[in-house]
Structures are given as structure tokens and as C-alpha cells.
Design a protein around this ligand. Sequence first.
Ligand SMILES: Nc1ncnc2c1ncn2[C@@H]1O[C@H](COP(=O)(O)OP(=O)(O)OP(=O)(O)O)[C@@H](O)[C@H]1O
Ligand SMILES: [Mg+2]
Length: 478
Amino acid sequence: MEKILVIDDEPDILYAFQRSLETPERLVLTAGTIEQGLEVFRREKPDVVFCDIRIGPASGLDALTQIRQADPKAMVILITGYGTTQTAIEAMKRGAYDYVLKPLDVPKTKALVDAALKTARDMRQVISYEPLLQKEDYTEGIVGRSEAMQNVFKRIGQIAHSDATVLITGESGTGKGRDARDLYHHSPRADRVFMAINCAAIPEQLLESELFGHEKGAFTGADRKRIGKFEQCDGGTLFLDEIGDMPLLTQSKILRVLQNGEFQRVGGSQTLRADVRVIAATNKPLEQHVAARQFREDLYYRLNVVRIHLPPLRERREDIPVLADYFLQRLHKAGKSRIRGLAPDALRALQDYAWPGNVRELENVIQRSAILAKGGYILVGDLPPEVLVPPAASQARPAPAPTPMVDPVTDAIAVLFDHAKRHPDLQIIDWVERELVRRALELTHGNQVQAAKLLGMTRATLRKRIERFGIKKELSVK
Ligand SMILES: Nc1ncnc2c1ncn2[C@@H]1O[C@H](COP(=O)(O)OP(=O)(O)OP(=O)(O)O)[C@@H](O)[C@H]1O
Ligand SMILES: [Mg+2]
């Protein structure tokens, strides 16, 4: 259950938060004074705290400081009226996550809570990179048995203790985001903030102000000063996801921060400093982007000093069974599935598939199949059809024969039994064997060598069957 604490002396505001943010999975706790708020904070350990900047005579800034002292990773969002933006800015410098204005803009506040909860989860979720030792107990972790992944684990271990900038590369869905969080959890900055920013998801004009902040009036719509992620992350870790999609101009500013820790807010002239460890990731071939002058060469070299490359899943197929097992266990633990495992042919199909979407795709396939599967195991027929017909384009090895959706034997048996029910005198085994021999001879135009091969028996055995069943000569001439 996620918990949100709102500290405000106006009952209307408390009520508005409760009404708009509470869900069955999300509890909204309230407090009317700072003392009460701190008490609830210590007792309930909420994931996100909203705190009014002025509560009667008391200052929300003091509350912020005390909350952050109690827990340096606490996500505190300040509530402020229009006139007090300057105080809000000060508060952000002291470690507030963000601020909201009164009256409450419900959709914006909801989005902010989602983002804050995600950031809180990133910071709290302890990820272990121990290679799997026991099958039973791996709730969270980077899973992988392959040599490639073992090397990734070692590399994370080697570099986690440094402050070096790290570049994580690999196709989409290979686990770059997960690895970045893992690095953070094993770094000396694990007790400081971690924030992620997806450079591809933010429009070019906004990215720079998101990263470095802006001054009031810096551009149309910049009606308030804003603190950027670098300032917010001072002392902590910033994850620049999809850095390959960053515009060139922003790249040059990133290079400057990486080199000497300096930057300026958009529209500002003051040089600011921040001590931020940067982890960057991309699924783009940066070398090619450098050659095409879409990515700055100097930034590339600066980032590339420490690099972790995550190979595509099709190049580490040994990881497929453990990953599948891991995802099934996670569903099981979350009470979302009763599936105990995969039938051998289903697992074989998974191992033969090319996985263009890598681990993320595998995770989705396991989730979908676990919902569809009726028994305790995922059967080949429960897998989505695209997994069974490997996409030719992304083949790393010759395409295996597509596994039929429905097991043909099971299908045939159902038909046979149905037939047998209607013909009680039928000696079903003899009849089936006779039919198989007859059909094989028919298909091979009576060629006994070929027919025997088709039936998986020796030619001598075939001959005996022909005699026993009295199969007509014209069918077995050759
Ligand atoms: N080795 C792994 N062990 C366990 N789970 C993994 C592993 N690799 C990836 N995952 C899971 O697969 C999903 C995709 O991983 P992630 O988001 O880190 O990929 P990505 O490389 O950042 O992809 P994109 O380039 O699309 O952002 C996540 O749910 C992640 O938890
Ligand atoms: Mg990612």
C-alpha cells in the first residue's frame, strides 16, 4: 500500500487531497500541524509528503528540513500560494522534490504523485546483482546465468564504488534502466537521491530546462523560476536515459557539467555547480551517430570511459529459462498467478524465438501466457502466436520449425476417441496402426523404404504389418 501524507492547516486542502488522490492501493494520511505531521511521518513512513509552506505561524521549510533529516530520501512536495514561489525555490534547493500551487490542479498533482512514487521506488527498492544461487528466493535482482551477464555483474561490482560516469548500451528491453538502478544501489551515493530523466520523452525546448532549470521569463511560458534536475540531484545520482536522443546543444551543456560540474539555468547568467554522478543509457548506435555528427564526439568519449554493454537476449539464450522462471515467481508472489512452470515444449519455443523486444518482451509474454494458461503450467498453446513463428528479420540462427499452436497428437486422439465412441466394436489400436501403414504407403506410392522411414519403423517390421493387416498388393508393390 502506497502512503501519502499531507500536512496543511486548511481542512479544505486536506479533504481535496484525500478525495482526489486516494485509491484502493493508495492511502492519504493527513495532519493539521507540523508536529503532528512529523509524528505521522515517523510512524507511517509515507512514500510522498505534501507540506504547506506556511502552516499558521510555522514554516514548512523547517518541516522539510526535519523530514529530510529523519530520511534523506523522503519525497517532499511543497504546497504554496502564488506569492510564495521564491520560498518554494529555496525549498527545492534544500531538497524538496517539487512544489504545487493552490488551488490544486488535480491531473497535474496526480501526475506528480506518480512520478514521485516512481522515484521513491527507484531509491528504496534494493536490487541485488548476486548471480542466482538458489532458485527459490530471488524477489528482485538482475537475473542471468550467461557468461555475458556474469561479466556485466562483475563490471557493476567493479565500478559501483567509483563516481565515474557510466554509459550503458544495448537494444531496447535488455535491462539498461534496471542496471542503472542497480549501479546506484551499489554506489557510495546509495543513501542520496536518484532521479531519472528520459531524454527522448521530453520535447527539445523543455529538456534543457528540465535538466538545468530556468529563470523567470527565460522563454514564453516561463512565468516562474524553475530548479532543474542537476540542482535537485546535488550529491546524488542522475540517470540520463536515452541520451542518444539528446539534441546537440543540450549535449554540449552536459559535457560541461561532466567536465567541471558547472552549468547555468536557461535564461540565467549565474554559473552554478552541482556534484552529480551521471549514469547514461542509450539503445542507439552512438558510434554511428558520432560519425553522422548527430552526437558530439567529445561527449561520446567522455561517456564511453566506463561502459556496460547488455547483449540482446537472443545472444544469451541460457538466460531465457531463468528469466522466465523469475517472472513467473514474481507473478506468483504478487498473487497474480498460480502457474508453477513451463511445459518443456513451451520453454523450447521460448528458447528458439528471436526476442526482438528482449527481456521486456519475454516479461510480457510470460505475463500474458500466465493469464491464458488454464492448468498449473504454461503449455505451448498458451504462448502468443508471434513467439511461435519467429520473425525472419531478427534471426540470429536458422529459424527452427514453427511449433504448431495445438499439439497434433492431442488433437488426433480427441477425434479418434470420438470415432471409437460411435463404433463400439472398433479395435482402436489395430485400426489406427493399420490406417497409419496404409496412409504411409499411399503417400509414398507404395515405396516400402520411404513408408517405413515415415512411420519410424524398419522395413522388416513394415512388411510384417502389411501381412498382418492384409493390405492390398497394389499399395505395396515396390
Ligand atoms: N537481467 C534481468 N533480470 C530481471 N529482469 C530484467 C532483466 N533485464 C531486464 N529486466 C526487466 O525487463 C524489463 C525491461 O528492462 P529495462 O526497462 O531496464 O530495459 P531497457 O534496456 O532500459 O529498455 P529501453 O531501451 O526500451 O528503455 C524491465 O521490467 C526489467 O525489470
Ligand atoms: Mg530504459
